[in-house]
Design a protein around this ligand. Structure first.
Ligand SMILES: [Zn+2]
Ligand SMILES: [Zn+2]
Length: 302
């Protein structure tokens, strides 16, 4: 197998682009895919202040390394979930990483942001762990970005994360979610712009890039992630990709080009504004308090 660019020995094959790369040209390929996503989807420019959600997973760290390398103005936030040893090693890893790449970092705990711990949040929410964790994080990332005057929040979601989430939303016909996904969520009143610059790269590609750049990987898995449906959707899409090269990329780009608008209220003929939380002003599809204010309200009643 030869590198498509230089003809030297290739170590990674990218069937959906009918390419293979040596380690050097693989890194160039990764950087070009990120640049393409930033420009093609109008994510952000060099004049913007970027807040990176640094979870401790490989994706957000790879994204931090790439944005630093591209000389974007990046600062990072880590939210410690308080899941014992797993969260502590994530925080340690994130602190080392940020120091190594000179990325300014702020660390918060779930407890200090919310006023109670995750176990209590689960009890008040009456929902499973993954959606509660991600809703609370999304909420506080937005608030922290507003507090620190950041123009855009970036997350490390890659093509596998995005396509598996779509598949899950489609199988359950979550119409609101189907209309609001994609590499860019533009800013609106009280809501900071959100961008996902890694959407053109797969899990193994991000993994390989992390290896080549000595970006450390978490050993443990989130104690709440066991049996998460997302893993099943990823496996299914991997199987389809093996049979039909390019399935994931076509699924994603086809959604953006042809399907997304059909799921948005605007696409349905009229613009329906999402509501605002009467307590904090956060954008919400709920009729009353937003999810986090609802949790706080339940907490105040014990
Ligand atoms: Zn090469
Ligand atoms: Zn609220």
């Amino acid at each position: 197998m030869k590198c498509t660019v230089c003809g030297g020995p290739a170590t990674i094959k990218i069937p959906r682009h009918t390419s293979a790369f040596c380690p050097f040209h693989f890194q160039e390929y990764v950087l070009s895919q990120v640049t393409y996503a930033i420009e093609r989807y109008h994510l952000f420019g060099h004049d913007k202040s970027i807040m990176l959600a640094l979870s401790g997973g490989k994706d957000s760290m790879v994204l931090g390394e790439i944005l630093t390398r591209m000389r974007y103005d990046v600062q990072a936030v880590h939210i410690n979930n308080g899941f014992g040893e797993y969260s502590q090693s994530s925080e340690d890893l994130v602190r080392d990483f940020a120091q190594r790449y000179s990325i300014p970092l702020r660390v918060y705990s779930f407890q200090e942001l919310l006023g109670f711990d995750f176990a209590h949040a689960l009890r008040y929410a009456k929902r499973s762990a993954c959606p509660v964790c991600s809703a609370v994080r999304r909420y506080f990332l937005n608030r922290l970005a507003l507090d620190h005057e950041c123009d855009v929040i970036v997350t490390g979601h890659n093509l596998d994360d995005e396509t598996s989430a779509f598949l899950g939303n489609m199988l359950r016909w979550h119409m609101d979610d189907l209309g609001s996904k994609g590499p860019l969520m533009p800013e609106e009143k009280g809501m900071v712009r959100r961008a996902k610059p890694l959407v053109r790269l797969t899990d193994p590609e991000v993994h390989m890039y992390a290896d080549l750049n000595d970006i450390p990987l978490m050993n443990g898995v989130c104690p709440h992630a066991r049996g998460a449906a997302g893993i099943a959707y990823k496996r299914l899409l991997d199987a389809l990709e093996r049979e039909m090269t390019g399935t994931k990329a076509h699924f994603y780009s086809g959604y953006l080009k042809r399907a997304k608008a059909r799921f948005t209220p605007a696409g349905a003929g009229e613009r329906i504004e999402a509501g605002r939380c009467p307590c904090c002003g956060y954008r919400t599809l709920r009729k009353d308090l937003c999810f986090v204010c609802m949790l706080k309200e339940r907490a105040s009643h014990g």
